[in-house]
Design a protein around this ligand. Structure first.
Ligand code: ZN
Length: 155
Protein backbone atom coordinates (compact mmCIF):
# COMPACT_ATOMS: atom_id res chain seq x y z
CA UNK A 1 0.00 0.00 0.00
CA UNK A 2 1.10 3.54 -0.65
CA UNK A 3 -0.32 6.81 0.57
CA UNK A 4 -0.63 10.05 -1.34
CA UNK A 5 -1.35 13.48 0.03
CA UNK A 6 -4.39 14.68 -1.88
CA UNK A 7 -6.21 17.95 -2.13
CA UNK A 8 -9.56 18.94 -3.61
CA UNK A 9 -10.20 22.14 -5.54
CA UNK A 10 -11.41 23.77 -2.30
CA UNK A 11 -8.00 23.07 -0.74
CA UNK A 12 -9.21 20.37 1.63
CA UNK A 13 -6.29 18.10 2.28
CA UNK A 14 -6.60 14.41 2.93
CA UNK A 15 -4.67 11.20 2.58
CA UNK A 16 -5.51 8.43 0.12
CA UNK A 17 -4.42 4.81 0.34
CA UNK A 18 -3.76 2.87 -2.84
CA UNK A 19 -2.37 -0.48 -3.90
CA UNK A 20 0.13 1.28 -6.12
CA UNK A 21 0.60 4.34 -8.31
CA UNK A 22 -1.41 2.82 -11.19
CA UNK A 23 -4.31 2.17 -8.84
CA UNK A 24 -4.23 5.83 -7.82
CA UNK A 25 -4.09 7.02 -11.43
CA UNK A 26 -6.94 4.71 -12.46
CA UNK A 27 -9.14 5.96 -9.64
CA UNK A 28 -8.26 9.55 -10.38
CA UNK A 29 -8.95 9.18 -14.11
CA UNK A 30 -12.20 7.34 -13.38
CA UNK A 31 -13.43 10.13 -11.07
CA UNK A 32 -13.58 7.68 -8.17
CA UNK A 33 -11.61 9.89 -5.81
CA UNK A 34 -13.75 12.10 -3.64
CA UNK A 35 -12.96 14.71 -1.04
CA UNK A 36 -14.17 13.35 2.34
CA UNK A 37 -15.14 16.86 3.44
CA UNK A 38 -17.06 18.30 0.51
CA UNK A 39 -17.48 15.42 -1.92
CA UNK A 40 -15.56 17.18 -4.69
CA UNK A 41 -14.09 14.91 -7.34
CA UNK A 42 -11.66 17.54 -8.57
CA UNK A 43 -8.73 16.01 -6.77
CA UNK A 44 -5.06 16.73 -7.23
CA UNK A 45 -2.03 15.15 -5.65
CA UNK A 46 0.12 17.33 -3.44
CA UNK A 47 3.86 17.22 -4.03
CA UNK A 48 5.17 14.61 -1.65
CA UNK A 49 8.11 14.97 0.65
CA UNK A 50 11.53 14.75 -0.89
CA UNK A 51 14.22 12.58 0.66
CA UNK A 52 17.69 14.02 1.17
CA UNK A 53 20.95 12.37 2.11
CA UNK A 54 23.90 14.46 3.23
CA UNK A 55 27.24 12.82 2.79
CA UNK A 56 29.30 13.04 5.93
CA UNK A 57 32.45 13.41 3.86
CA UNK A 58 31.43 16.45 1.87
CA UNK A 59 29.06 18.05 4.34
CA UNK A 60 26.34 20.44 3.30
CA UNK A 61 27.35 22.67 0.37
CA UNK A 62 26.62 25.86 2.27
CA UNK A 63 25.22 26.77 5.66
CA UNK A 64 21.58 27.69 6.03
CA UNK A 65 20.93 31.24 7.17
CA UNK A 66 20.88 31.08 10.94
CA UNK A 67 20.40 34.57 12.26
CA UNK A 68 20.20 35.00 15.99
CA UNK A 69 16.75 36.04 17.15
CA UNK A 70 15.13 34.46 14.10
CA UNK A 71 14.60 31.06 15.61
CA UNK A 72 11.14 29.79 16.51
CA UNK A 73 12.23 29.31 20.14
CA UNK A 74 12.77 33.05 20.53
CA UNK A 75 9.35 34.07 19.27
CA UNK A 76 7.17 35.37 22.06
CA UNK A 77 3.47 34.81 22.42
CA UNK A 78 1.21 37.00 20.34
CA UNK A 79 3.61 36.75 17.43
CA UNK A 80 2.04 33.68 15.89
CA UNK A 81 1.55 35.39 12.57
CA UNK A 82 5.17 36.49 12.34
CA UNK A 83 6.20 33.01 13.30
CA UNK A 84 4.19 31.51 10.45
CA UNK A 85 5.77 33.91 7.98
CA UNK A 86 9.22 33.04 9.26
CA UNK A 87 8.44 29.34 9.02
CA UNK A 88 7.35 29.79 5.41
CA UNK A 89 10.46 31.73 4.44
CA UNK A 90 12.52 29.09 6.18
CA UNK A 91 10.82 26.38 4.11
CA UNK A 92 11.46 28.36 0.95
CA UNK A 93 15.12 28.78 1.86
CA UNK A 94 15.37 25.10 2.68
CA UNK A 95 13.75 24.07 -0.61
CA UNK A 96 16.07 26.34 -2.59
CA UNK A 97 19.05 25.07 -0.64
CA UNK A 98 18.18 21.46 -1.43
CA UNK A 99 17.35 22.20 -5.06
CA UNK A 100 20.64 24.02 -5.67
CA UNK A 101 22.98 21.94 -3.60
CA UNK A 102 21.72 18.38 -3.97
CA UNK A 103 21.95 16.12 -7.01
CA UNK A 104 18.49 14.88 -7.99
CA UNK A 105 18.64 11.11 -8.32
CA UNK A 106 14.85 10.68 -8.42
CA UNK A 107 13.56 7.20 -7.66
CA UNK A 108 17.13 5.84 -7.41
CA UNK A 109 17.48 7.67 -4.08
CA UNK A 110 17.52 4.57 -1.84
CA UNK A 111 20.12 2.80 -4.02
CA UNK A 112 22.36 5.85 -4.27
CA UNK A 113 22.14 6.70 -0.56
CA UNK A 114 23.08 3.10 0.25
CA UNK A 115 26.04 3.15 -2.16
CA UNK A 116 27.32 6.43 -0.74
CA UNK A 117 26.85 5.09 2.77
CA UNK A 118 28.90 2.01 1.88
CA UNK A 119 31.56 4.01 0.06
CA UNK A 120 30.70 2.48 -3.32
CA UNK A 121 29.64 5.76 -4.89
CA UNK A 122 31.13 9.22 -4.86
CA UNK A 123 30.34 11.02 -1.60
CA UNK A 124 27.88 13.77 -2.44
CA UNK A 125 24.60 15.30 -1.38
CA UNK A 126 21.59 13.78 -3.10
CA UNK A 127 17.84 14.18 -3.11
CA UNK A 128 15.07 12.05 -4.51
CA UNK A 129 11.97 10.08 -3.72
CA UNK A 130 11.51 6.93 -1.67
CA UNK A 131 8.83 4.39 -1.01
CA UNK A 132 7.88 3.41 2.54
CA UNK A 133 9.59 0.04 2.12
CA UNK A 134 12.80 1.68 0.92
CA UNK A 135 12.80 4.05 3.89
CA UNK A 136 12.38 1.15 6.27
CA UNK A 137 15.26 -0.72 4.64
CA UNK A 138 17.52 2.35 4.80
CA UNK A 139 16.73 2.84 8.49
CA UNK A 140 17.50 -0.80 9.23
CA UNK A 141 20.82 -0.44 7.45
CA UNK A 142 21.67 2.72 9.35
CA UNK A 143 21.71 4.95 6.26
CA UNK A 144 20.94 8.46 7.46
CA UNK A 145 18.45 10.48 5.45
CA UNK A 146 15.84 13.14 5.99
CA UNK A 147 12.40 13.71 4.56
CA UNK A 148 11.51 17.32 4.09
CA UNK A 149 8.21 18.75 2.89
CA UNK A 150 8.22 20.37 -0.53
CA UNK A 151 6.30 23.62 -0.24
CA UNK A 152 4.16 24.61 -3.19
CA UNK A 153 5.12 28.08 -4.37
CA UNK A 154 3.19 30.50 -6.51
CA UNK A 155 5.04 31.05 -9.75
ZN1 ZN B 1 -13.12 19.32 -0.39
Amino acid sequence: MITFDLCCHREHRFEGWFRNREDFEDQLAGGLLQCPLCGSTRITRKPSAVAVHVSRRTGPPQPLPDRAGDRPGNVGEGEAEGKAVRAESFLRALARFVEDGFEDVGTRFADEARKIHQGEAEARNIRGTTTGAEEEALREEGVAFLKIPVPKFDA
